[in-house]
Design a protein around this ligand. Structure first.
Ligand code: ATP
Length: 301
């Protein structure tokens, strides 16, 4: 059991007549960014809150490095969490907000300056929280989570409210934190962003596990076969030269070919003397796979 491993086992949360989380089990490894994905109401927030001991499970366990959050001797040094756009005392400056946390957690004030620099907020250190934009509040929330230099980071929809530059900054930061050996668990509904950010994904719907594993495996393992886009002035000749292929016209005049891979199409074109203007393998993206995996299970709750 490594220090940064998160193990969720049989985790269940029943709210009156809603099973928000239903016998969920998965493992999150350190040194990687794991995307926690699911349609609205899938139970992501409830799961993260149970891992952080903010919601009591109806059944099952969640451990971090083998211990329940409640049993961690120094939780702020073990786990940093950003659960929603960070809130702070409106009249307090960003730096003072962090210093208050340092004082409560027995951390040196120098950590406040360090994490503020890490999230790029040093220029706004002395501005009052009420004047912070949503993006700055997100950065301050991350800064607070980093104060104890934790091995594990848990973030619920951290990209909310960030502009494209902010999203790229967040991606680079989270990747760097994972590369330094930390466990980074991040929930999001931005699937294209997750494809760029995450090494692994855990996909849930209606409280249940749908899929878990490296993004590449999830993308390649699905029934959605890769298709090849081909552009040629001689579509009929190329189609006749291909065996075992399904050729369909694409919306923009290209051909969409499945059943035969790009090298075989190129070779067949060469043999038949057909000119190619484009030959491009289109892999299914996370959004397509996600929609397929969660289809019919994403009852709006
Ligand atoms: N305190 C609560 N009391 C009753 N029902 C709740 C409570 N918290 C969550 N739920 C219900 O549990 C289900 C899962 O909610 P949760 O917020 O965990 O999902 P989510 O995946 O984070 O969704 P979203 O992406 O929309 O935030 C929903 O049906 C929600 O209405």
């Amino acid at each position: 059991m490594s220090e940064g491993q998160i193990v969720v086992s049989g985790l269940t949360k029943q709210y009156n007549n809603v099973k928000a989380v239903d016998n969920l089990s998965f493992t999150i490894e350190p040194g990687r960014v794991t995307g926690f994905l699911g349609p609205n109401g899938a139970g992501k927030t409830t799961t993260l809150r149970m891992v952080l001991n903010l919601v009591t499970p109806t059944a099952g366990t969640a451990t971090i490095g083998g211990q329940r959050y409640a049993d961690l001797p120094k939780p702020l040094h073990s786990v940093g969490a950003v659960l929603e756009a960070s809130s702070a005392h409106k009249a307090r400056t960003g730096i003072n907000h962090l210093k208050v946390i340092c004082a409560a957690a027995g951390l040196p004030y120098s950590r406040a300056d360090e994490v503020l620099a890490q999230v790029g907020l040093t220029p706004a250190a002395k501005r009052k929280f009420k004047g912070y934009s949503l993006g700055m509040r997100q950065r301050l929330g991350i800064a607070a989570a980093l104060l104890g230099d934790p091995k594990v980071l848990i973030l619920d929809e951290p990209a909310n409210g960030l502009d494209p530059e902010g999203i790229r900054w967040m991606r680079d930061l989270l990747k760097a934190l994972a590369e330094a050996g930390r466990t980074v668990l991040v929930s999001s509904h931005l699937l294209s962003e997750m494809e760029l950010l995450a090494d692994d994904v855990v996909i849930i719907a209606a409280g249940r596990l749908i899929a878990q594993g490296p993004v590449d495996t999830i993308l390649n393992g699905k029934g959605t076969a890769a298709s090849v886009r081909v552009r040629t002035p001689d579509a009929a000749k190329l189609t006749a030269a291909l065996t075992g292929a399904t050729v369909q016209p694409g919306a923009d005049g290209a051909l969409i070919i499945t059943g035969v891979e790009a090298p075989a199409i190129g070779a067949a074109a060469l043999r038949a003397g057909v000119e190619l203007h484009e030959l491009f393998t289109e892999k299914p993206d996370l959004e397509q796979v996600f929609l397929e995996l969660t289809a019919g299970k994403a009852a709006i709750r």
